[in-house]
Design a binder for this molecule. Sequence first.
Ligand SMILES: Nc1ncnc2c1ncn2[C@@H]1O[C@H](COP(=O)(O)OP(=O)(O)OP(=O)(O)O)[C@@H](O)[C@H]1O
Ligand SMILES: [Mg+2]
Length: 235
Amino acid sequence: MLALSQPTQPQTADRRLAIQAIGLQKSYGTGASAFLALDDVSIDITENEFFTLLGPSGCGKTTLLRLIAGFNFPTNGQILLRGKDIAALPPFRRPINTVFQNYALFPHMSVAENIGFGLKMLGWTKSRCVDRVAAMLKLVRMETLADRRTSEISGGQQQRVALARALAPQPEVLLLDEPLSALDYKLRKEMQVELKRLQTETGITFIFVTHDQEEALAMSDRIAVMNRGRVLQVG
Ligand SMILES: Nc1ncnc2c1ncn2[C@@H]1O[C@H](COP(=O)(O)OP(=O)(O)OP(=O)(O)O)[C@@H](O)[C@H]1O
Ligand SMILES: [Mg+2]
């Protein structure tokens, strides 16, 4: 009797929400030249989830990440972090970090200095920085290259440093904008496994962007399929 009348719960019902986008709209430009890059996007991303935005070039994936990170403002709609509107928070006050497609490392600094840079900016004490950098080097398996300049390491190694740097301040949410697209096929496959391991080990919510369906399926808990500024399907 009971079993028959049990309602089907939405997938996210019993888990806490990390990020909620509610009716997000973003248009670039004004008047006749205005372009609607995001058109009424609503998604719920739960804590500890590997969530992927999948869609063709120009569909609005980076735009959505930039709104979540706070680099751009939505034209309409809301972004909630654990139930709270974060519109008023500048990027550096959001417990959210981004790994950019081009990594954006400091070439004149060592691997360790790159990883510790943001921590110093946040005012962490020297000894806390040192401990955290050591833990991050271990996490991404780069201990032996700690003192090497980032201009003198391989693409895959740069990728690891960028990840370590973004994970160092213990963000609640990590945004990854096509972070594997610069890597060759073999390294890409390896880094897919690596990323999944990092996400499982740290328990951080990952929002990952790709236009590669195979990559999305290999890594994600859930995928949002986007096209022309809209989310077509989540699952
Ligand atoms: N600053 C801007 N001014 C005007 N139009 C923009 C701006 N940034 C992005 N767009 C447009 O908005 C749309 C979405 O761009 P976005 O960068 O979000 O796409 P994307 O899905 O990340 O694509 P890709 O896979 O190529 O990185 C595109 O048509 C793009 O030309
Ligand atoms: Mg993009």
